[in-house]
Design a protein around this ligand. Structure first.
Ligand code: IPD
Ligand code: CA
Ligand code: CA
Ligand code: CA
Length: 263
């Protein structure tokens, strides 16, 4: 197995180039989508032909460059090798936005070494915004350093959330938290891509994000980028058992104020 220097620049350069190529496929195919190009995994979780094509493209490129690595993709699942390296891929995060010809969707790719993320990237092709982070080297948007906001009062915060939970028959869902939290904020956003939501927290466009019932491929890269940008990540109890229990991403000033609302 090739030895990788975990802070090896070739990894992040490969990742940045790969995610941009994947984004170009999304741009090319979005306007060509036909009703027959979409399937329903459950009543609200769409998957288009492009989701699958983009994931196949990404997996092929990774397999060629790093044949011994494991891969986990939303649409094709996980290879069962026993590598220390695992690539976690969401080929299109925000498929509903993508299918509805909207711009807020992204490609999200993270690489873990022995279960710890060492680099991650989220690319929003229609916005041409590439968020990425490399272990202990900070987080970037189109190669400019980014940091979380310094807002320290909920009433001055703009936050985002999502409603994946409504796809599952959970006994509790986000609507009760939503109704409790939103009146305490300046405003709320629902962009449609958890990966973009997390990156907007990382660059300070959002002061916080929370959502229930996300999967590892939704959040692996975005969580890493938030942490590398100085943000705080936890579940609704302030621990790290997400994503099942839900995920909270904020700056350090408002994390406890926000968590109060999940008690
Ligand atoms: C979805 C997006 C959305 C979130 C959903 C996710 P997908 O990802 O991240 O913002 O609310 O829960 O499933 O399914 O489009 O890859
Ligand atoms: Ca999905
Ligand atoms: Ca997703
Ligand atoms: Ca997806």
């Amino acid at each position: 197995i090739l030895n990788f220097n975990k802070s090896d620049d070739t990894l992040i350069l490969f990742l940045k180039d790969l995610i941009k190529q994947a984004g170009a496929i999304c741009i090319k195919e979005q306007s060509l989508l036909k009703p027959a190009d979409v399937k329903f995994k459950n009543k609200k979780d769409l998957v288009t032909i492009t989701d699958k094509r983009v994931e196949d493209f990404i997996v092929k490129k990774i397999r060629t460059k790093y044949p011994s690595h494991d891969v986990l993709g939303e649409e094709t699942g996980k290879t069962n090798f026993s590598s220390d390296y695992l690539w976690i891929i969401d080929p299109i995060d925000g498929t509903t936005s993508f299918f509805h010809q909207q711009p807020f969707y992204s490609v999200s790719i993270a690489l873990q070494y022995k279960g710890q993320t060492i680099c991650g990237a989220v690319y929003a092709p229609r916005l041409d915004e590439l968020f990425y982070a490399d272990k202990d080297k900070g987080a970037f948007l189109n190669d400019c350093p980014i940091n979380v906001s310094k807002t320290d009062r909920l009433i001055n915060c703009v936050m985002a959330t999502g409603f994946a939970c409504l796809r599952a028959n959970l006994k509790k869902n986000n609507l009760e938290y939503f109704n409790k939290i939103v009146p305490r904020l300046r405003d709320i956003r629902r962009y449609g891509s958890a990966a973009i939501d997390l990156c907007y927290v990382a660059c300070g466009r959002l002061d916080g994000f929370w959502e229930m019932n996300l999967n590892i491929y939704d959040i692996a890269a975005g969580v890493f980028i938030v942490e590398q940008a100085g943000g705080k990540i936890c579940d609704f109890k302030g621990e790290l058992n997400f994503p099942e229990q839900g995920i909270v991403a904020t700056n350090k000033y408002i994390q406890n104020n926000l968590l109060e609302n999940f008690k």
